[in-house]
Structures are given as structure tokens and as C-alpha cells.
Write a protein that binds this ligand. Structure first.
Ligand code: PLP
Length: 442
């Protein structure tokens, strides 16, 4: 069945949409029919400025012909190849290219198909790593309140968004959470990293005292928490987490599914914050969103710890049918070439001052209680309606779409993360449209 020009609830019924109010959407659908550069076009031909890079993934802008051609060439040459006890050249080429982009000695990469799989892979590697070194009791995992690490059971266990957890049973055992670092009372309208809150990292010492370091495998945090509404690390916070982890032999995992590939004006958030974690999880910008793919970067010492088994032994009993899928490798190689040629992994640094000034111009408008920003990311927090939290930001989202701008909301927070090719005039359009809508929103 094809979707008619005017979709009806019946023609939209079969697709159970993710993270969506299905019945409300299907009664008033918003359908995107094509995309190019900074824009989408709806099925009825309206142009929409993309303020969120699709879903934080289309960093080089939409429909890049280099990626399309590379993927179609690859599918015509080698459509699929297993990577279990087999290989294909693009997988190795991509791994070599990628490890040049990450800091420190994270010189090995494990391929997945999504951010969720990257997270679960990293958590499994952490536990197996300690076991391979004779520390099999190190199985505890520590995440953070308001953290988002995808939707696998590992990811929701270390994640800290209540609705993503409460429906799904008891989750993984042996997981603890640090406090989140959002504090509007102390840090409202911070430009860049907030001043207040470095002490929140010391909670890790408290958890070590409670459980003993010998039971803790890893700590996982997003350098910037995106999905919960753009929560920034206070100055010194990530450094302090790093030094506590070092003191106790705990692995530090940065979930860079959002901050990876140029979002902060550096290739990875680890560069921006000058902290080298033991693993980095990534996805999204890796292929510019064109083909699903994720990657976990692993320190040399972690990889090496698995290489002591007899040479004919499989070192890690983990992997996906589509790990390093040829089409995904082709998309990623073409994407990296665009990033290199156009300097996109550092472009956010050039734009960040204009971006910061633009989003902070929303301060003082009706309902705005905080604006926070870093790189090409911003969060604008609105005062919730007392009887109906979340509805104000949702109304702004719908109005923005009607006025030709795509934004994202979580609760009453508006999140912005445009493609890294955005021009100042488009930043202006995004923010001016939002300002008009905020003035008109009850
Ligand atoms: C920090 C982080 N981790 C993991 C994920 C999950 O990625 P995916 O939806 O590709 O599974 C996301 C998605 O937004 C994310 O932001």
C-alpha cells in the first residue's frame, strides 16, 4: 500500500512509531518527504529548516551526493560480507581512519549499528576486560541521573530517564547513579560550561566507599547530556571523574553519540574537555545519519588485555550480523572525507560565539527560565504550565514546524543542534522564529 498524498489515520496505523504519541501523531501527522542541505521538505512541499540535524546525526547536512554515490557503488560491488571470522577491506580502512580522529591511545574500534548497541557493547567490554585481568568481581556499572544511553537493557540500566526505565522491570543488577549536574538555581544562563557543580563528581568517591572499588567496572557519562535537555558538565567535573576513576582502577566511558564528530567544535567531546576516557561510544554523525552505524573506541590496554588467550580462541564473544556492514563503511568513509575537506569537525568552534549570542537573545522572552549552550548545541528551558508539564514546549515544537523550523523538545526544554554546515543567516532564522513563537505561546 502506498501512502496517499493526504494520509489518513488508517494508512498510518501499521507503523508503531518510536518515542511518539502514536494516536496524536496519526491524527495530525507531520511527514517529511525529502531533504537537501539544511532543509527538509514536507509531503505537501513546505520547506523546513533543520534545527536538530535530523536527530543529532546529519552533521554534514542532508543528501550529500558523495555519500549516496559511495553507498550505491558499495552495494553494487559487495552488498554484504560477514565480519565473523571474515572481513572486507572497507571495514579495516574505516577503522584505521577513525582511530586517527580520537584522542590518546584509543586505537581500536568495535563496530555496531546504533548508539544503543555501542553502549551495551562498551559495558560488556568493561566487565569482560576486568574478568580477563583476574578481577571478575568488578561488575558494577555507574551511570548518572538524566543520562541517556539508548534503549538496550544495559543502556536503560545505566541511563537515568525515568520513563525509559520504569516500564521495563528490574533492569541490570548492580547499577548505581551519580547525581545529574543540572542546577538552574546556581547556573542559569551560563555561557558554555557552568561554574558551579564540580563537587558533584565526588559522589563517585562515595559510591566507591559504599561498594569498594574492587566491585566497580565502569562509569559511563555523556560529556554533554543531550536527550534529557542539554545538561553541561560543570568546569572541572569530567577531569575529576577521570582522576577518581584512575585512583580506583575504574574504566571511564564517554558516551559521545551526540558529542562525537564535531558537535562541540572538536572531533570528539573528549578533545574539547581535554579528558581521555577509556572508551568512547559513538554513532549518528559517523555516517551523517545516512546508514545506521555505531562504533566503540577502546584504549590499547583494554584491547591488549583480551589478546592473551590462545591465538585460535575468540577473544570477545560479542558482535552483530551487521558489524561493519559494507554500505555503512562506505557511508562513513565518504562522511569522514566530507568532514575533512570542509573542516566540519572544527566548524562549530568558529560559529559558537554567534550561536551563543543568538540563543542567549531568547533570555527575557515569555516562559524562558534558562538558556545553555556549548559548541553547536543549545537548550532553552521553559517554565512548565502548572497543570500540564511538557505541553508548552510541545506547542512550541508544533508551531515551529508550522512556521518552517524543526526543533526538538524534551519535557519543557527545547534542544537545538543544527547541521554543522549552518550559516549565520540560518541561525538567525531559527532563533527569530523561536522568539516569535515564544511571544505568542500561552
Ligand atoms: C548519548 C546517547 N547515547 C545513545 C543513544 C542511542 O542511540 P541510538 O538511538 O542510535 O540507539 C543516543 C541517542 O540519542 C544518545 O544521545
Amino acid at each position: 500500500m502506498t501512502i496517499p498524498t493526504v494520509p489518513t489515520p488508517a494508512t498510518l496505523d501499521a507503523f508503531w512509531m518510536p518515542f511518539t504519541a502514536n494516536r496524536r501523531f496519526k491524527a495530525h501527522p507531520r511527514l517529511l518527504a525529502r531533504a537537501q542541505g539544511m532543509h527538509y521538505w514536507t509531503d505537501d512541499g513546505r520547506q523546513i529548516l533543520d534545527g536538530i540535524a535530523g536527530l543529532w546525526c546529519v552533521n554534514a547536512g542532508h543528501a550529500r551526493p558523495e555519500i549516496t554515490e559511495a553507498v550505491s557503488r558499495q552495494l553494487a560491488t559487495l552488498d554484504y560480507a560477514p565480519t565473523f571470522q571474515m572481513g572486507h577491506p572497507q571495514a579495516f580502512e574505516l577503522a584505521n581512519r577513525l582511530v586517527e580522529l580520537v584522542p590518546g591511545d584509543l586505537d581500536h574500534v568495535f563496530f555496531t549499528n546504533s548508539g544503543s548497541e555501542s553502549v551495551d557493547t562498551a559495558l560488556k567490554i568493561a566487565i569482560a576486560y576486568h574478568r580477563s585481568r583476574g578481577e571478575a568481581a568488578r561488575t558494577r556499572l555507574i551511570g548518572r541521573e538524566k543520562g541517556y544511553h539508548g534503549v538496550g537493557f544495559g543502556g536503560i540500566s545505566v541511563g537515568g530517564i525515568v520513563n525509559n526505565r520504569k516500564f521495563f522491570g528490574s533492569l541490570l543488577p548492580g547499577v548505581d547513579h551519580l547525581s545529574h549536574t543540572l542546577d538552574i538555581e546556581h547556573n542559569a544562563y551560563s555561557r558554555g560550561q557552568p561554574e558551579w557543580g564540580v563537587h558533584l563528581a565526588d559522589e563517585l568517591e562515595r559510591l566507591v566507599a559504599l561498594h569498594d572499588a574492587s566491585t566497580i567496572a565502569a562509569v559511563i557519562v555523556e560529556p554533554i547530556a543531550g536527550s534529557a535537555g542539554v545538561i553541561l558538565p560543570p568546569k572541572g567535573y569530567l577531569q575529576r571523574l577521570r582522576s577518581i576513576c584512575d585512583r580506583h582502577g575504574i574504566l571511564l566511558i564517554f558516551d559521545e553519540v551526540i558529542t562525537g564528530f564535531g558537535r562541540l567544535g572538536t572531533p570528539f567531546g573528549a578533545h574539547y574537555f581535554d579528558v581521555v576516557p577509556d572508551m568512547i561510544t559513538s554513532a549518528k554523525g559517523l555516517t551523517n545519519g545516512a546508514v545506521p552505524m555505531g562504533a566503540v573506541f577502546v584504549r590499547k590496554s583494554i584491547y591488549d588485555a583480551f589478546m592473551h588467550a590462545p591465538e585460535d580462541a575468540i577473544e570477545l564473544f560479542h558482535g552483530y550480523t551487521y558489524s561493519a556492514h559494507p554500505a555503512a563503511c562506505a557511508a562513513a568513509l565518504a562522511t569522514l572525507e566530507i568532514y575533512r575537506r570542509e573542516g566540519l569537525l572544527t566548524r562549530a568552534a568558529d560559529l559558537s560565539r554567534i550561536w551563543e549570542d543568538a540563543v542567549h537573545s531568547l533570555r527575557g522572552l515569555p516562559h524562558v527560565i534558562d538558556v545553555r549552550n556549548l559548541g553547536l548545541v543549545a537548550g532553552i528551558e521553559l517554565q512548565p504550565r502548572s497543570s500540564a508539564p511538557g505541553t508548552r514546549a510541545y506547542d512550541v515544537f508544533v508551531a515551529a514546524f508550522e512556521k518552517g523550523v524543526l526543533i526538538r523538545t524534551t519535557g519543557d526544554i527545547i534542544a537545538l543542534s543544527p547541521p554543522l554546515i549552518i550559516e549565520p543567516v540560518q541561525i538567525d532564522q531559527l532563533v527569530t522564529t523561536l522568539a516569535d513563537i515564544l511571544r505568542a505561546t500561552p
